[in-house]
Design a protein around this ligand. Structure first.
Ligand code: ZN
Length: 416
């Protein structure tokens, strides 16, 4: 008999997302590994058993004092993995919506010193305590909506000391929230205003000073670059990413968000872990991602909030690219809960609900290099969410469905 200290039962279904190839591509994205009428048993933070509820009592022994969680006929899914966020910032940019309404674009607002640069000013000014408090609130709301793993990028300090400060806050946020956080160094988010006329000096300081410090202190698992005209050229992006790879960091690219910048092609050439956004990627470059095994991270809320475009999620799946989906939570695209992002991926990106769920779990974990997240499987961390819906396909269909239970390592996440 398998011993358990917690059991989740009375579930219409468990979408295990296991077994199967990782990452999922093409038709394999539709196989959710559903157990109908399932139950999940947890011990010491890990799943120890998942199967049909009728076999539970003969295969699982409850430890004295074990807890039973009533799934109330809902659907269990793996805790969401959000593979792309800028959640660590201070302030907000609500005042810019009137400029947007008058037709100004993200890049135009940034050129006038607003947008990203107003967040840089607010973040540089904010104390550690303030940054921790504001970001912790966002992370707790993400968790309450079903997310248990979050990639967190730096990128709102844009100078050596400030970027290191942001990265050092990430483990503290993980301890405070209990979430699994994956840190990414994004010093190359934009050229800071004080070096606007000397962008090469900023690239040099990233390559020669900040990246080695990040690697020495083990502050980030990935290095990311905003590869776009007016931000970082393909040549500068490649210089930064090659230096990061030499230091042992994984690679990510903000690619082709506004124009076909060559970012996806660069990600394919360097065999990056992921290429993200891809709104303007030409079909030939999408196929390069497929053959290089680069995961495409689509950010469907940003597609309409920032660029007024349709997410190319459907095309990427049909072309055989491994697709993951993320929130892009930032002061520009302030979305915290993955359920709304799934709905945007389905209604805007034309994924099926099953494909979207795969993209937000097992494929998102793959985009972060995590082999033990994004599934409900014996031996893996007990990270899961129960939604009060009859089947997981209601996720992606309904925009604002909220889970009744969220477990991270077998413990209910505390409300925000
Ligand atoms: Zn981003």
């Amino acid at each position: 008999m398998i011993a358990a200290e917690l059991v989740v039962r009375d579930l219409a279904s468990v979408a295990t997302l296991a077994p199967g190839p990782v990452p999922r591509v093409g038709t394999t994205m539709s196989d959710l590994g559903i157990v109908e009428g399932g139950a999940v048993a947890v011990d010491q933070g890990r799943v120890v058993w998942v199967g049909p509820a009728r076999r539970l009592s003969s295969e699982v022994r409850l430890r004295p004092g074990a807890r039973t969680v009533d799934g109330q006929g809902g659907s269990a899914v793996p805790g969401f993995v959000d593979p792309h966020t800028h959640v660590l910032f201070s302030g907000d940019r609500a005042d810019e919506l009137s400029l947007r309404a008058a037709g100004a674009t993200y890049a135009e607002i940034a050129r006038q010193g607003g947008g990203l640069f107003s967040t840089v000013r607010a973040t540089r000014r904010a104390s550690d305590a303030r940054l921790l408090r504001e970001t912790e609130g966002r992370l707790r709301r993400m968790a309450a909506a079903g997310t248990t793993t979050v990639e967190v990028k730096s990128g709102y300090a844009l100078e050596h000391v400030g970027e290191l400060r942001l990265l050092r806050l990430i483990p503290r946020l993980a301890r405070r929230t209990g979430l699994r956080l994956v840190p990414t160094y994004l010093g190359a988010h934009a050229v800071p205003p004080e070096l606007r006329r000397r962008p090469d000096a900023y690239v040099r300081s990233i390559v020669e000073r900040t990246l080695p410090a990040v690697a020495r202190e083990g502050l980030a698992r990935f290095c990311d670059v905003f590869c776009e005209p007016g931000f970082f050229s393909v040549a500068s992006s490649e210089r930064i990413l090659r230096a990061a790879r030499d230091l042992g960091l994984g690679l990510k690219v903000h690619a082709d968000e506004f124009v076909a910048s060559g970012g996806a092609r660069l990600a394919a050439r360097l065999r990056a872990a992921s290429a993200d956004h891809l709104l303007a990627t030409p079909p030939g470059d999408r196929r390069r991602l497929a053959s290089a095994g680069v995961t495409a991270v689509v950010l469907p809320v940003t597609a309409f909030a920032s660029a007024a475009r349709r997410s190319p999620a459907r095309e990427l799946v049909d072309e055989g690219v491994a697709v993951a989906v993320g929130s892009d939570c930032s002061p520009n695209t302030w979305v915290e809960g993955i359920p709304g992002v799934l709905a945007a991926a389905v209604h805007g990106g034309r994924l099926t609900p099953a494909e979207a769920l795969t993209a937000a779990t097992v494929n998102a974990a793959h985009a972060l290099g995590l082999s033990d997240a994004g599934t409900i499987e014996a031996g893996r961390p007990a990270d899961l969410a129960v939604f009060p819906v009859p089947s997981p396909s209601s996720l992606g269909y309904r925009f604002d469905v909220r889970p009744s239970v969220v477990l991270r390592q077998g413990k209910p996440v505390s409300p925000p």
